[in-house]
Design a protein around this ligand. Structure first.
Ligand code: ADE
Length: 232
C-alpha cells in the first residue's frame, strides 16, 4: 500500500519531510517526489504547488508514475462558514470549484460532461483521517463537509460573503482540492483531504495566512500524518 502525502507549499509539508528517515528524491514534471517510509508505511511526499492545474498535474503523476494507492492532502484553507475559525480543522467530504462557470451550456458550477458540480472524497479514508485528527489534535475544533476550490486567493470580506451567499454549505476555500478530487475520480484512486484554517478569507486574510503557515501549518500536518500512518 503506497500512500501519497501532498501539500501545496513547502511550509505545509516541511515537518512531514523531516520525519522520513530514508527518503529518496525523484524528479518528475518539474517537481520533487520524496519516496520513502514513515512508521513502516510506503509513502510518496510531494508539493503540488498552488492552483488547480498544478494540482491536477501532481495527482496524475502520482498515479501514473508513482502508482500510489491513495492520496492524502494536507494544508491550509480560508474559513467561509460562520464558526469555521482560524486554527480549526476541516475534513473534506466533497469538493467543488467555486470559480467554474460554463453556463448557459451547463449549470453554474457543474463540471462539463461529468454531470455533477462536486466530487466526494473516499468515505473510508476520510473516516480514518478524521479519527487521526481527533487523536493528534484532541482539543482542536473539527468540521466536516464541503470545501470549495478556485484559482483565487480569497482576500476580502466582500468576496467571502458573496461566496457564502451563493454557496451556503461551503465550509472553507482553498486552491487545489477539487482538482485532486476530479483526477482521483477519473482514476478510481481513493482521496481524502484535511485543511487547517489559516485565515477567514477576509480583508486580513493575507497577513493571517502568512503568519499561520510559518507558525502552525507544518506542525499540524505532521501530527495528523503521523497519527494517520501509525494506525493505517
Ligand atoms: N488557502 C488559505 N487561505 C486561503 C484563501 N483565503 N483563499 C484561497 N486559498 C486559501
Amino acid at each position: 500500500m503506497r500512500t501519497a502525502i501532498v501539500s501545496a507549499m513547502h511550509e505545509e509539508l516541511s515537518a512531514v519531510l523531516a520525519l522520513l528517515p530514508d527518503e529518496q528524491k525523484q524528479a518528475a514534471a518539474g517537481r520533487d517526489f520524496w519516496v520513502g517510509h514513515l512508521h513502516g508505511k510506503e509513502v510518496v511526499a510531494v508539493l503540488s504547488r498552488i492552483g488547480k492545474v498544478a494540482a491536477a498535474t501532481t495527482a496524475t503523476v502520482l498515479v501514473e508514475r508513482f502508482a500510489v494507492d491513495r492520496i492524502l492532502f494536507t494544508g491550509v484553507a480560508g474559513g467561509i462558514a460562520r464558526g469555521v475559525q482560524r486554527g480549526d480543522v476541516v475534513v473534506a467530504d466533497a469538493f467543488m470549484q467555486h470559480d467554474l462557470d460554463a453556463s448557459p451550456i451547463f449549470p453554474r458550477y457543474e463540471v462539463p460532461l461529468y454531470g455533477t458540480d462536486r466530487f466526494g472524497t473516499d468515505a473510508a479514508l476520510t473516516q480514518e483521517l478524521l479519527s487521526a485528527v481527533k487523536r493528534a489534535l484532541p482539543s482542536t475544533r473539527l468540521h466536516r463537509g464541503l470545501v470549495a476550490s478556485g484559482d483565487r486567493f480569497v482576500s476580502s470580506a466582500a468576496e467571502s460573503q458573496a461566496l457564502m451567499r451563493a454557496l451556503p454549505d461551503v465550509l472553507a476555500v482553498e486552491m487545489e482540492g477539487a482538482a485532486f478530487g476530479q483526477v482521483c475520480r477519473d482514476y478510481g484512486v481513493p482521496f481524502a483531504a484535511i485543511r487547517t484554517i489559516s485565515d477567514r478569507a477576509d480583508d486580513a486574510a493575507h497577513g493571517d495566512f502568512l503568519s499561520f503557515i510559518d507558525d502552525v501549518a507544518s506542525r499540524h500536518s505532521a501530527a495528523i500524518v503521523e497519527a494517520f500512518l501509525r494506525a493505517a
